[in-house]
Ligand binder design. Sequence first.
Ligand code: MG
Ligand code: MG
Ligand code: MG
Length: 307
Amino acid sequence: MENKDKIFVFGHKNPDTDSICSSVVMANLRAKLGENVEAVRLGELNKETSFAFKHFNIEPPRLLDKLEDGSNVIMVDHNEFAQSADNIENANIKMLVDHHRVADFKTSEPVYMFSEPVGCTGTILYRLYNMNGVEIDKNTASLMLSSIISDTLLFKSPTCTEDDIKAAEALQKIAGIDVNEYGLEMLKAGTDLDDLTEDQLVSLDAKEFNSGDVKFKIAQINTVSIPDVLRRQDKIEEAINKVIKDENLDLFVFAITDILNSNSELIALGKRTDIVEKTYKLENNRAFAEGMVSRKKQILPMVTDNI
Ligand code: MG
Ligand code: MG
Ligand code: MG
């Protein structure tokens, strides 16, 4: 039987590099502070994240298949229950480390919350290591750096702050890697989408949100060629419509983000596309969004402000 004091550390469903790396980095920190912790993940690794773990020869966390009632957990890189483990409502949330809007988050016991409007959970963890006087080893630095590169798109996203840049500068020295060279390689690994089915494409980095009585999803994929992805538009739409039906969504926004030129093409489907049309005129269910790369800071507010 598993020790009932064990604390599970995990990021959001459809995990990205920050969610996976920050789970491992946070688990290392809590372990060094004497706690019984295990980093776990709530979904498959994407190609970008796999690239990072292989590059540094680090074992990724195991998949958590079921969260038992009363399990002790630390949530990183998310706080909305719709994006968390099934049964999170009945978990004992000990701590939260996150950099997103706070919504639908509730606990029965007091909780440590480290929430900052920075570009990446890794940046907050960098501060937590320093606050606790815990030394950052090479592997930990490499994972934190991978988180920062991923979430800030190599410092180009409008979510990137001075804190993220300073943390990355310090971490790159410990990790002993050239952040720009490694970063571009890692981001490019994540744009290899050819062998993914359309069902996989639309769920790879999808997040569910609720605002008012509107239930919606925003999914995002990174590419170096928007036209390449748009060649699959018909099948992508089929896959999106299936999700809308199965999950009873009002709206699905699929952002195809060009990481080299920092723009996105949006595909919007569902009965509430009028929300998106308050900002973008949709033609053939899609619109070009110049300069839009951040779900958190650009796409999500665009939707919620229009509801
Ligand atoms: Mg994330
Ligand atoms: Mg993040
Ligand atoms: Mg992301």
